[in-house]
Design a protein around this ligand. Sequence first.
Ligand code: BES
Ligand code: ZN
Ligand code: ZN
Length: 517
Amino acid sequence: MDTEPVTIQVFAQDPAAFSGDLLVFLMEEDIAHPGDFGKTINRVVQQIWETGDFKGGKDQVFVFYPALISQEARVAAKRVLLVGLGKQDDAPHVRCERLRLAGGTIAKRAGELKAKEVLVVLPKDFLLDAVEIGQCVTEGMLLGNYRFDMYKHPREDKDAPVRVERFFLHDGGLPQVAVHKGLERGRALAEAANAARDMANQPGNGWPPSAFAEYAKKLSKKTSLKCKVLDKSALQKLGMGGILGVNQGSAQPPHLVILEHRTHKNNPTVLLVGKGLTFDSGGICIKPPAGMEDMKYDMCGGAAVMAAMQAIADIKLMGVNVIGMVPTTDNMTGSAALKPGDVIRHFGGKTSEIINTDAEGRLILADALAYGIQTYAPEAVIDLATLTGAVIIGLGHHYTGLLSNNDQLATRLTEAGTQAGEPLWRLPLGPEYRKQIDSRIADIKNAGSDRSAGTITAACYLQEFVGETPWAHLDIAGTAWDFTEKSYIPKGPSGIGVRTLIACLSRWEPLKPVAKK
Ligand code: BES
Ligand code: ZN
Ligand code: ZN
């Protein structure tokens, strides 16, 4: 957070002239000619290749020291690292992921070797657009180079892997302008995802609801984004009984934080909403203590939305207006806390009977969704939330749960997730599930009477507040942290959703109207 930023830039000279700690070549599996790396390197690589010690297999690495090989090597770098990319014959999104994984491997090996300056030569014939090659390698390296050590004292453990300080990309024969474009895009996306990981790594006492408000205000000073923060009295005036209700047991005031990215009034508007629960104790229906500390991550949806807005401003996204909204509070057990049986009134007037105070995410999201739709009339809404433990039972830590009232939007998000290496799996919605949250005394209740289809009933609750607006809900409870372990995202918060949202919004076209049944 207050560490020196990691830089990445294009290196336009001969890679042999790079005098930093580590020079990296990316190589595909079983290609007879391993690449054109200059005479000395070629000779060495050819030899290594012939021994069979390195064949460019996925995740394979090989380090050598050019100075030991020949006095006339004329390779100025201290070390050379070969990183395997695996076989070529896969779908484009698989190749993108290979490059990110290779980027992660580079950051990891560089860290172990305590290399601070790293030059990577891009692979020329990798059957992907040069922009994508530059972007994916950059994403992998910057995500893989992420550390969170602000609470460690001393800050750096002498034996731990170090952070690379300066990355360089050499085009390897690809068009340099395109590589530069990809580098800038990859940097913006990785920095944003890393910002989301920073927010998530912060403990509850280091990232209270006011931190979202402050972050958004700072962002709006640095960028073209507009920021609005609704404080407790504004929420009271608007009748946001969901956010206020969850906040009743807390010592900290709640906020509704809004960032606006406006391009043109004729462009469509997409609304993003993220659950910003800075700590979820469960409230009066308190959670068991084992693992409760992980509930500081209950704000990862909010972090993803904040970070996506940051990336949107950074890449100057065109063609669409985007509104980011984060309802934020913690869920505590103070004497005024919400109780089972209480009835609350959401923005817009719908009432809800509280069955379980631990089903609080849907309460704060409901207000934000209803308010966002009324205020901004978006053509689509996407919410992200660590909403249910049930999604972990169903999908584990590998797929984000997707629930939507619009097939086109669901397909777009699924494709965007695949492209970003953040896969989504759609679950159904329907009146048979909605019935499970019928209340005898209010319009709806906040939890079903049994645990069946917990992810779906939670989404049914949200659906009540979006009306006919095309909407998609991403339940990231299984993927926001401890996501599928990858070289570029080890354990801990993953920054999930940020890159998927940008992939989806980058090629936004107005949704086709759905024929009425
Ligand atoms: N924040 C939790 C969901 C969660 C659980 C996220 C585990 C990540 C890991 C949410 O507020 C919650 O507690 N949901 C309840 C809902 C239930 C009471 C209807 C759940 O999933 O158990
Ligand atoms: Zn909860
Ligand atoms: Zn929660």
